[in-house]
Design a protein around this ligand. Structure first.
Ligand code: FE2
Length: 296
C-alpha cells in the first residue's frame, strides 16, 4: 500500500496530566515515555519516543495531532499543499523540535479546532517497547500509532483540509438515524494500510470535546480481551462493550477516560489496498456488539 504520511502522535491538554496516568499506564497498557518540560507526561505504544503527549492547560481536549512524513520531499510537498488551500503554516523552532523529538516540524491550525503538526524524523525511544500488559504489542509498523476521531461543526472545511491539504483519502462513511430526524454521519479517511487514521463526525452543534476517541490496535486478539478485563475491573464507563465494526471490521471496545474522551482498543481491522474500491455508505456502526455496558 502506497503511503506518504502516518499519524505520529496526539497531544491532549487537561488541567492535570496526572489524572490520566493510571488510565493510560495500568488500564490501556501504554508505557511511559520521557517526561517533558512544564509537567508534560508522555506515553508510548511502540519503539517511538512518544505517541501520546499530555500537557497541562485549561482545555480538556485534543490540543494537537502530529503526522509524520516519510521523507523531506513528502514534508515539503505537504506543506506546499496546505499553503495552496489557504492554510497558514509555521515552521517549528528548536525548542519545539526538542519537545516533539523530531527533526522537522510545521504547524497549522485545522478547521476542526486542533492544531496539526507535520513532522519528519520522530525519534526512537532509548529502549525498545515492552508492555507487561500488552505482551504482543501494538500494530504501528507503517500505519502510525493508531487512529483519532473528531467531531466538528466545520465538516466541509475539515474534509477539504484532510483530503486536499494532508492528502488523505476517504475509505467509506456511515449515515445512521440515531433518533427521529437526527442523522449521525461519520467519514473515514486513510493515508496507509490502516482502514482509517482520521475519522470525522458531523456535529450538530459545538460539542464540549472535539476529540471523540483515540484507538490503539493490538497485534494479538487476546491483548484486546485482556484490556477489556482490566477496564471491567475499574469503575470507568464503557460506552461500547466488545463488538465488531461493520466498515473496518475491527473487534474492539470503547472506554471513557477520566477526562471524558474515549479510548478504543481493538484488533484485526481490514486493511486498505492500492486498488481500494469499497468507498461506500454504511447504515450501521457495528455488525454486532458495541452495546453500552451496564454493570450490575
Ligand atoms: Fe475508532
Amino acid at each position: 500500500m502506497q503511503r506518504a504520511i502516518e499519524i505520529a502522535y496526539v497531544g491532549i491538554e487537561v488541567p492535570d496530566p496526572a489524572t490520566l496516568t493510571s488510565f493510560f499506564g495500568d488500564v490501556i497498557g501504554l508505557v511511559p515515555g520521557d517526561p517533558g518540560g512544564d509537567g508534560v507526561v508522555t506515553w508510548r505504544n511502540d519503539d517511538k519516543a512518544q505517541r501520546v503527549i499530555v500537557q497541562a492547560g485549561p482545555r480538556t481536549d485534543a490540543a494537537f495531532v502530529g503526522f509524520e512524513a516519510l521523507d523531506d520531499s513528502v514534508f515539503d510537498a505537504t506543506v506546499a499543499r496546505l499553503r495552496s488551500i489557504g492554510c497558514e503554516v509555521i515552521e517549528g523552532g528548536d525548542d519545539e523540535l526538542a519537545d516533539r523529538r523530531v527533526r522537522r516540524l510545521a504547524r497549522t491550525a485545522s478547521p476542526f479546532g486542533v492544531d496539526v503538526e507535520l513532522v519528519v524524523g520522530l525519534e526512537d525511544a532509548a529502549a525498545p517497547f515492552s508492555s507487561e500488559l500488552v505482551p504482543g504489542g501494538f500494530l504501528t509498523d507503517g500505519v502510525g500509532f493508531g487512529h483519532a476521531v473528531f467531531a466538528t461543526v466545520e465538516y466541509d472545511a475539515t474534509e477539504r483540509f484532510l483530503v486536499e491539504g494532508l492528502g488523505l483519502n476517504q475509505s467509506d462513511w456511515i449515515e445512521l438515524e440515531i433518533a427521529e430526524g437526527v442523522v449521525l454521519e461519520v467519514h473515514f479517511f486513510h493515508c496507509n494500510a490502516r482502514h482509517h487514521t482520521v475519522a470525522v463526525a458531523k456535529a450538530p452543534f459545538e460539542l464540549p470535546q472535539t476529540l471523540h476517541h483515540i484507538m490503539f490496535e493490538t497485534n494479538d486478539r487476546d491483548d484486546t480481551g485482556a484490556a477489556f478485563d482490566r477496564v471491567f475491573a475499574t469503575d470507568l464507563a464503557v460506552p461500547n462493550g466488545l463488538g465488531r465494526h461493520d466498515n473496518d471490521g475491527m473487534f474492539s471496545f470503547y472506554v471513557e477516560s477520566p477526562e471524558g474522551f474515549q479510548v478504543e482498543v481493538g484488533h484485526g481491522a481490514r486493511v486498505i489496498t492500492d486498488d481500494w474500491d469499497d468507498n461506500r455508505c454504511y447504515d450501521r456502526i457495528s455488525s454486532w456488539g458495541h452495546q453500552p455496558l451496564h454493570r450490575g
